[in-house]
Write a protein that binds this ligand. Structure first.
Ligand SMILES: C[S@@+](CC[C@H](N)C(=O)[O-])C[C@H]1O[C@@H](n2cnc3c(N)ncnc32)[C@H](O)[C@@H]1O
Length: 212
């Protein structure tokens, strides 16, 4: 029991360390897309699963960020990124499936590379819709399942178990594009793209804005 708690703690710490180390690479891959949208966000933003704060560099200075981050191992690096980029950070150590914010209370929610890891992505999207005001925006960036029947999808299915264990519950085969597209948003503007390294199991991505 003590050993398994220790192992879980070590896994969380390792994931936080890896995520932080990947920061510069993620900026190279996603930075241009993020910059175009994040600079136009309102002063208060809710972010689901911000991890070690990969998105903080793109928010306008003085943004008030409500961070829904259940993994405490992420918090120290998240806090130091907030200090570095002048973001007013409030961390809520809770799951995106059950957020303690009132209905229709915020104008913008951001979630990047997170619906692959949550227990119930449909419920998280429902929570995003619940806390967003009518006309509020959900900005998403996710890696998704490759098209069924393709070699890449076969590769994703084969790797699924080991990948999930290595990367904090990350599912390679989630059709998050369909989940967002059918969640009931008034409008969804979704760009599907494949990373330059096409053989990577996380190559297929979606990026976009859904309006509540
Ligand atoms: C792959 S990391 C992505 C971090 C960051 N969003 C980024 O783009 O680098 C996934 C994050 O989702 C968080 N997470 C996992 N399950 C969650 C849940 N149920 N609700 C909210 N966040 C969750 C993890 O703790 C982790 O910080």
């Amino acid at each position: 029991m003590i050993m398994s708690a220790f192992m879980l703690h070590m896994r969380d710490e390792l994931n936080a360390w890896m995520l932080h180390r990947a920061d510069a690479v993620m900026d190279r891959i996603y930075g241009q897309r993020k910059r175009a949208i994040y600079s136009r966000l309102p002063n208060t933003v809710v972010e689901i699963g911000p991890g070690t704060g990969a998105n903080l560099r793109y928010y306008a200075p003085n943004t008030r960020l409500i961070a829904i981050e259940p993994n405490r191992a992420m918090h120290p690096r998240l806090r130091s990124q907030a200090k570095r980029y002048n973001i007013h950070l409030q961390i809520k150590t809770m799951q995106g499936e059950q957020i303690d914010l009132p209905d229709a209370s915020v104008s913008a929610v951001v979630g990047t590379l997170v619906l692959c890891s949550v227990q119930d992505p449909q419920q998280v999207i429902a929570e995003v819709r619940r806390i967003l005001k009518p006309g509020g925006r959900y900005i998403f960036l996710e890696h998704v399942a490759a098209v069924s029947g393709t070699p890449l999808r076969g590769f994703q299915e084969k790797l699924l178990g080991i990948w999930r264990r290595l990367f904090d519950g990350c599912h390679l085969n989630r059709a998050t594009n369909t989940l967002i597209g059918t969640a009931g948003f008034a409008d969804v503007d979704m760009d599907c793209f494949i990373l330059r390294w096409r053989v990577l199991p996380i190559a297929p991505h979606i990026f976009g804005v859904a309006v509540n």
